[in-house]
Design a protein around this ligand. Structure first.
Ligand code: FAD
Length: 391
């Protein structure tokens, strides 16, 4: 059994093997020892702590479910647990990791040729190169499946990319950015591996964020950006292939929401046991207990839902609507949990040093990225009614 954890009320970690529990503990220790002491400082400065990358690499958890490229070939359940453990301490670090290990590595694993996988995945597993994933655009967010503005056209052995991408995590420093673009000739989506230093690729940091401030999100401008045919993702033929990546990463984002809620709940619980008013710990008041129990109920529902979601993934039964339902439910419930956590901490709940303020802000980003609540709702709505209601 892992050391007592307030937020795992139904002891889900007991469903893991001893080796998996050891890995969970290793990630938790890394997050507690290396990230917690610096999380608020970097969030406040809106800077990324590059010094943590070698220590994170030593955990050997990148591309966790991928087999054969110096990657662990672990279960999807474990991938979810790791996303949760990271977000429990710092959602920004969990997002940095999710973009690199989830979005970027999965794009190459699902849509890349054998040669592309051999070239990139081992280096990415060792975190010697860091990845980014460029899908969203300034003018096309939720509607990316319906067509994006970024274009590609072939000229001999090269492709010419033009357009802009917005919100792209890690892209200010990434060694490789996956760029999705519409083929001018066929109007079908293609994916490209754009290498750092490409003169047609410019990434500017987006300033002034009120959430996930440690994550370096970029506005990318592609101006006649030349990419060799050998760097086109060879197994991507349409947006359906891009969606295969999103299905997997959306499940991980649902787990991130669990981590965010869990971090806030655990901080709040600890606080209410220490903080005294009217001569008693505030945890002894009925109305405060009501908040705590509601938080725990939401958290436990989210955790058990995500656990089954990842089991479905491991059983190769995961559908888009399975992932979307969990993303909708967990990002909604997380908002409730972090708000209650802030409430039971009174004024201190808005101070960064008590952590919960950061979770409140970061829950807003989880709510909107990897498909907003509305878009994921419409994906499930279409699946259960047979009516697409997007337009
Ligand atoms: P819009 O699409 O403009 O939506 C605005 C509102 O309209 C939303 O409430 C939406 O739900 C609603 N809406 C839109 N269409 C409908 C409809 N048909 N019916 C009902 N309501 C609708 N993208 C990447 O490609 N890579 C990244 O690394 C990345 N990282 C991100 C990090 C952060 C912190 C954030 C905030 C975003 C990131 N994104 C990234 C982009 C993210 O996926 C988009 O923000 C998201 O898909 C929503 O797009 P949008 O912001 O353009 O909102």
């Amino acid at each position: 059994k892992l050391p007592p954890i307030d937020g795992d009320f139904y002891d889900l970690s007991l469903k893991l093997t001893p080796q998996q529990r050891e890995l969970q503990l290793k990630v938790r220790n890394f997050m507690e020892d290396e990230i917690r002491p610096i999380a608020n400082e970097y969030w406040n400065k809106a800077e990324f702590p590059f010094e943590i990358i070698p220590k994170m690499a030593a955990l050997n958890i990148c591309g966790l479910t991928i087999e054969g490229y110096e990657t662990p070939n672990e279960s999807s359940v474990m991938e979810g647990i790791i996303a949760m453990e990271m977000a429990r301490v710092d959602v920004s670090i969990s997002t940095f990791f999710g973009v690199h290990s989830g979005l970027a590595m999965s794009s190459i694993n699902i849509c890349g040729s054998e040669a592309q996988k051999q070239e990139w995945l081992p280096k990415m597993a060792r975190m010697e190169v860091i990845g980014a994933f460029g899908l969203t655009e300034p003018d096309v967010g939720s509607a990316v499946a319906g067509g994006m503005g970024t274009t590609c056209r072939r000229e001999g052995d090269e492709w010419i990319l033009n357009g802009q991408k917005k919100w792209i995590g890690n892209a200010t420093f990434a060694d490789v950015t996956v760029i999705w673009a519409n083929d001018e000739e066929t109007n079908r989506v293609k994916g490209f591996l754009v290498r750092k230093g490409n003169p047609g690729f410019k990434a500017e940091k987006i300033e002034g964020k009120m959430a996930l401030r440690t994550v370096q999100n970029a506005l990318i401008t592609l101006t006649n950006c030349r990419v060799p045919e050998s760097d086109r993702l060879q197994k991507c033929d349409s947006f359906k292939d891009t969606a295969k990546v999103l299905k997997v990463t959306r499940a991980a984002v649902a787990w991130q929401a669990v981590g965010c809620a869990r971090g806030a709940y655990e901080s709040a619980l600890k606080y209410t046991k220490k903080r005294e008013q009217f001569g008693k710990p505030i945890a002894s008041f009925q109305l405060v207990q009501n908040h705590l129990v509601e938080m725990l109920a939401n958290l436990t529902a989210m955790q058990t839902m995500c656990f089954r979601l990842s089991e479905l993934q491991d059983e190769d039964l995961l559908t888009d609507e399975h992932a979307s339902l969990a993303k909708v439910f967990c990002s909604l419930r997380t908002r409730d949990v972090v708000r209650s956590a802030r409430e039971v901490m009174g004024g201190n709940g808005i101070l960064l040093e008590y952590d919960v303020a950061r979770f409140v802000a970061d829950a807003e980003a989880i709510y909107s990225y990897e498909g907003t609540k509305e878009i994921n709702t419409l994906i499930v709505g279409r699946a259960i009614t047979g009516y697409g209601a997007f337009v």
